[in-house]
Design a protein around this ligand. Structure first.
Ligand code: NAD
Length: 228
């Protein structure tokens, strides 16, 4: 398997993040703990990462804090074990992003009357993220959306902070293509397409997914991944 560690010319932030991912000491955060976000949080937790889930739904957060799953594909026993061992936490407080090395955005994008994805949840999550983005952070959008969302909507807002993508922070798109209830393909074995804003962004995101998922397919940009 080819190495997905960053090349020697990569920034210090990239090399440090890569080491944390490889050693599984990276602290992960999942924004949006529904059909997509909760299974992902559990997969990363099982891989040995410490995962903090953030959701605006207080009831869901309370259930997870008690170790209870509300998603049929995710057994309560798995959540219970991860919560008990401290590898899975849930909160409504976005300030935890200050300590996150990587963030996966899994918020809803319901279709509008015109059948366009409603990106208002992505915008709301990005606003929160912009308050806490920091050097060395990897941000991956997983919500289903239209081509251009990552680079036109998220990137400019995060760069307003003065941080530079590909050097200080890393941004990628990777659509969740899971089919809940499918007996053959699940979060772990469905091929994951990943497109970063820069080659280092792609490498960082691919490296993270390879810690747990079986098939990760790098593509040249977020737009290519958004068209899958
Ligand atoms: N469910 C599927 O089968 C499936 C498959 C592939 C892709 N997707 C896509 O994945 C994305 C997530 O879908 P889902 O099915 O997991 O949705 P969901 O409704 O099951 O879960 C979304 C969660 O995000 C939370 N949320 C909403 N706004 C938030 C915010 N600003 N910050 C934090 N949390 C917030 C909600 O409270 C909810 O718990 C969507 O774009 C969807 O199209 C879903």
């Amino acid at each position: 398997m080819p190495s997905h560690r960053p090349r020697a010319a990569a920034s210090t932030a990239a090399r440090q993040l890569s080491t944390r991912i490889e050693r599984r000491t990276a602290h992960l955060s999942i924004v949006g703990l529904g059909y997509v976000g909760l299974p992902l949080a559990v997969e990363f937790g099982k891989a040995g990462f410490k995962v903090t889930g953030i959701d605006t739904d207080e009831k869901r957060v309370r259930e997870l804090q008690r170790g209870v799953s509300y998603i049929p594909d995710v057994p309560t026993a798995d959540v219970q074990e991860l919560v008990r061992s401290g590898r899975l936490e849930a909160t409504t407080d976005f300030a935890v992003l200050r300590k996150a090395d990587a963030v996966n955005i899994c918020v809803p994008t319901p279709l509008s009357k015109q059948r366009d994805p409603d990106v208002s949840f992505i915008v709301a999550a990005t606003e929160q993220l912009a308050k806490h983005v920091h050097k060395g952070m990897l941000v991956i959008l997983e919500s289903t959306t239209y081509p251009g969302t990552t680079e036109e909507l998220i990137l400019p807002r995060l760069q307003e902070t003065g941080l530079t993508v590909g050097r200080d922070f890393f941004l990628a798109f990777s659509p969740e293509r899971v089919d809940p209830g499918n007996p053959r393909f699940n979060t772990k074995n469905i091929p994951k397409v990943v497109g970063g804003v820069t080659p280092t962004c792609t490498e960082m995101a691919v490296q993270l997914y390879r810690q747990r998922l079986e098939r990760v397919v790098p593509v040249s940009s977020p737009q290519v991944a958004e068209m899958v």
